[in-house]
Design a protein around this ligand. Structure first.
Ligand SMILES: Cc1cc2nc3c(=O)[nH]c(=O)nc-3n(C[C@H](O)[C@H](O)[C@H](O)COP(=O)(O)O)c2cc1C
Ligand code: SF4
Length: 387
């Protein structure tokens, strides 16, 4: 039998990525479809979810992706960071998360040419080269030089709001097929100007956004990126270019990188939110990318891993192997917002999340939740056999 003391290093305080955290657990950014459908303002229901998460013991909460402009909106009931009214929303979230003893980082995004069809009130659909990103996507316009300047300015303005509202850090969403990923992608970036052509051109926007955001928030404010280290689509960028970008960002001064993979247009087996993850072999499906990054990035840049983390055994093995510093989870905290406290105070059983992705479907009702756990609590659930 495993000695439970072996898991204690996961629960000890640490300093990482410019943040002092009570443990190594991180709630990865999760759109809960709880903002006002028209204005994108924070609602009481969504605020309650942040309070619940922080009270549940997690060390670092990353908010769901906040759009930096109407053009950058990608999802229904997505949170808005495109106006100065957002400063008050950030403050309310920071207050409840700090009240629960956790730290909070706000994720900011431009969705580019990738948008959910029912995202009401969104602006122009823009992408590096125009056209449709895949068979299901709508036609987008090619960004002009002026559009690119505007995107950079919008990222900086949103980040300034995050700092002013009292959050502990800002995370730029450079993963999952949104605008920054689209620029890095040789599949979607067919530009023949300085923003395309070569790896240097395709990655330029990441550094321009970094510079502008850094100027807006100052050198001491934690500035992280979430990156797909591989686009996971035929013709897209692979792990070599993903790692090269991550290392350059780390050397440029980024405080932390959350390692993910895939894009909204990847197939289910290659997606960021894979289905059918079970404890053991299928856990931690982006661990090899994190291993490569942690081995070469400067120590000062924290490396977090996300994607199918479910058990303390796996996370301890990864920590002992020096694969990453922090362990980020999304679906496990939808299923059990108090997961960290449960592990610390009650039992060591892996997350009850069965990685079925049924939670996405609940967005239509207003605020995402976990139907599997709800059925379990209501006595209507047949546990899956343990693998
Ligand atoms: C309902 C839902 C909403 C998500 N929203 C975001 C988001 O706003 N930003 C982001 O970077 N990733 C988002 N993700 C992806 C997760 O952060 C994470 O990368 C992915 O689910 C894999 O981790 P997991 O296996 O712990 O769920 C979302 C995932 C889910 C299930
Ligand atoms: S519905 Fe529940 S069990 Fe299924 S993936 Fe979502 S959180 Fe996990």
């Amino acid at each position: 039998m495993t000695d439970p003391n072996r898991f204690l290093p996961l629960f000890r305080p640490l300093q990482a990525g410019g943040l002092k955290l009570r443990n190594r657990f991180m709630r990865s950014a999760t759109w809960l479809a709880g903002a006002d459908p028209r204005t994108g303002a924070l609602t009481e229901g969504l605020l309650g979810r942040y309070a619940e998460l922080a009270a549940g013991g997690v060390g670092l909460v990353v908010t769901g992706y906040g759009y930096i402009s109407r053009d950058g909106k990608s999802a229904p009931r997505q949170w808005a960071l495109d106006g100065d009214g957002a400063v008050g929303d950030v403050r309310r979230i920071a207050d409840v998360v700090h009240g629960g003893g956790a730290k909070v980082m706000v994720q900011i995004v431009h969705g580019g040419g990738w948008r959910h069809p029912s995202a009401v009130g969104a602006g122009r659909l823009l992408s590096p080269s125009g056209g449709a990103l895949d068979r299901k996507a709508a036609l987008s316009e090619r960004l002009t030089e002026a559009d690119i300047d505007q995107v950079i300015a919008d990222f900086a303005a949103a980040a300034a709001r995050v700092r002013e509202g009292g959050a502990d850090g800002v995370q730029i969403h450079g993963a999952h097929g949104f605008l920054l990923t689209q620029f890095l992608s040789p599949l979607h970036n067919r530009r023949d100007d300085d923003w395309g052509r070569s790896f240097e051109g395709r990655s330029k926007l990441f550094f321009s956004v970094y510079d502008a955001v850094r100027s807006a928030v100052g050198k001491d404010f934690p500035l992280w990126f979430k990156l797909s280290l591989s686009e996971e689509v035929d013709g897209g960028y692979g792990p070599e270019e993903g790692l090269r970008l991550a290392l350059r960002l780390a050397e440029t001064g980024v405080d932390g990188i959350e390692v993910s993979g895939g894009a909204g247009y990847s197939t289910a087996e290659r997606a960021a939110c894979r289905i059918g993850v079970t404890r053991g072999e299928s856990e931690a499906y982006f661990a090899e990318s994190a291993r490569a990054l942690r081995a070469q990035a400067p120590e000062r840049c924290a490396v977090a891993l996300v994607g199918g983390l479910r058990s303390l055994e796996k996370m301890t093995e990864l920590l002992e192997g020096g694969i990453c510093d922090l362990f980020a989870m999304s679906r496990p905290f939808i299923a059990e917002p108090d997961l960290v406290n449960r592990w610390f105070e009650e039992d060591l059983v892996p997350s009850g999340c069965v990685s079925c992705n049924a939670c996405f479907k609940t967005a239509e009702r207003g605020l995402i939740d976990c139907p599997v756990m709800r059925d379990k609590h209501e006595g209507m659930w047949d546990p899956l056999p343990e693998s």
